[in-house]
Design a protein around this ligand. Structure first.
Ligand SMILES: Cc1cc2nc3c(=O)[nH]c(=O)nc-3n(C[C@H](O)[C@H](O)[C@H](O)COP(=O)(O)OP(=O)(O)OC[C@H]3O[C@@H](n4cnc5c(N)ncnc54)[C@H](O)[C@@H]3O)c2cc1C
Length: 364
């Protein structure tokens, strides 16, 4: 078999590259995918009750990038969805991120925007050098809010204390000093009108794209002649774990369907302190599907299983840098995506990365 371009992985990174190569350059491209479906972790499907679920956890598209939004809009229309999250603390459901309403509900107060700013200012601790996620939280909201909202949630999510995690984990949670309870502030947000899988199918529609499912690339790669390999799988696997296995955090998703119209008040409810799961998602509240039943998903973070989140610690980053040195020496292989680059990318970031890499490539 001969293909100028071979792509490992039919997630968003692989499909964006495949779509560009096939449609802009009119070149043939083979995509090899070990799962039995395309889409990677953004895959969605209808369950036995006919409810559209996100099989690998809730995915909400949001971006500041007009380029990414326009690009994906070629393959889907969007529902005008604005994400909302509630957090269950001390028997109350409070909005996340932290807003004026969150503080008022948590402390049974009736402060205005300026008073909340002052309140948080008084709570915040003066930390000389911010090195960890715990430092970030303490310097923004102080000990009490840190304990109520962030500490246990982060421990459940990562299995270690926030004091051992680098700053990237908690710094992603914004504090909003107004009454806007939308979860994301990005100008472009939405849900693909017919789901993520449909959007991915549209990206892969070109006759130039051949997809081989249920196949680990190592089973077939020696029998394929190619000029360039675009690799979106795990880097440690690519190098046969020569610098050891990279650590990831995984999640067990438990789906439950109820004979009721609505299960909870918001699309996602976080449980920082109660229960073993971190959050519950109600899919109908994301997709706006009308159905007399409803399906929810509980997330139980765990150490073993599918690699979802690269571990954000100094040691893990140092270990990955050994692989990075090898990657930099490759002339026929392009590494892209959250597994290959061992970093957490949101959907928009991975598409942007793929578009940028494609623009730098030369189709000789
Ligand atoms: C629980 C969870 C929730 C998320 N929520 C959001 C959200 O709300 N909003 C957002 O913007 N982003 C979200 N993300 C991030 C989003 O999932 C990623 O940005 C996106 O999926 C990354 O795409 P990718 O192609 O890099 O990786 P993937 O989707 O993982 O695709 C990689 C593909 O490579 C395949 N593969 C791996 N090894 C091999 C092999 N040896 N041979 C063949 N194929 C192989 C895999 O099966 C997979 O299909 C979330 C991620 C998780 C884990």
């Amino acid at each position: 078999m001969e293909f100028k371009y071979v792509i490992v992985g039919a997630g968003l990174a692989g499909l964006t590259m495949a779509e560009r190569i096939a449609n802009v350059w009119n070149e043939k491209v083979l995509v090899i995918e070990k799962r039995n479906h395309i889409g990677g972790n953004i895959y969605d499907s209808y369950n036995e009750d006919g409810i559209l679920i996100h099989n690998y956890g809730p995915h909400i598209f949001h971006t500041k990038s007009e380029k990414v939004y326009q690009y994906l809009s070629e393959f889907t229309q969007w529902n005008d969805f604005w994400h909302r999250v509630l957090t269950y603390v001390d028997g109350n459901l409070v909005p996340m991120p932290i807003t004026v309403e969150t503080i008022n509900k948590l402390y049974n107060l009736n402060l205005n925007v300026f008073e909340v700013e002052e309140f948080l200012h008084k709570q915040a601790e003066d930390i000389e050098e911010i090195k960890t996620s715990k430092d970030v939280a303490l310097s923004k909201v102080g000990q009490d809010i840190y304990e109520k909202i962030f500490e246990s949630y982060t421990k459940k999510q990562w299995g270690i204390d926030p004091a051992e995690l680098d700053t990237s984990v908690i710094s992603r949670i914004p504090i909003r000093l107004n009454r806007d309870t939308r979860y994301f502030a990005d100008p472009y947000q939405g849900m693909p009108k017919h789901g993520y899988t449909k959007m991915c199918e549209n990206m892969a529609k070109s006759k130039n794209i051949k997809i081989m499912l249920n196949t680990d690339y190592k089973e077939v790669i020696d029998d394929i002649k190619y000029d360039t390999l675009i690799y979106t799988g795990p880097t440690d696997y690519f190098y046969d774990y020569k610098h050891g296995k990279l650590s990831y955090r995984s999640i067990n998703f438990e789906f439950e369907t109820y004979d009721m119209d609505e299960f909870q008040e918001a699309p996602v409810v976080n449980y920082p302190n109660d229960y073993d799961y971190t959050r519950i998602t109600e899919f109908k509240k994301l997709t706006w599907q009308e159905h007399k039943k409803t399906t929810i998903c509980k997330e139980f973070p765990c150490a073993e299983g599918e690699p979802y989140y690269p571990f954000p610690t100094k040691d893990c980053k140092a270990q990955f840098s050994l692989y990075q040195e090898e990657m930099d020496k490759e002339s026929k292989v392009i590494f892209i995506g959250r597994l290959a680059e061992y970093r957490y990318y949101n959907m928009d970031a991975v598409v942007e990365r793929a578009l940028d890499i494609f623009e730098q490539m030369d189709n000789k």
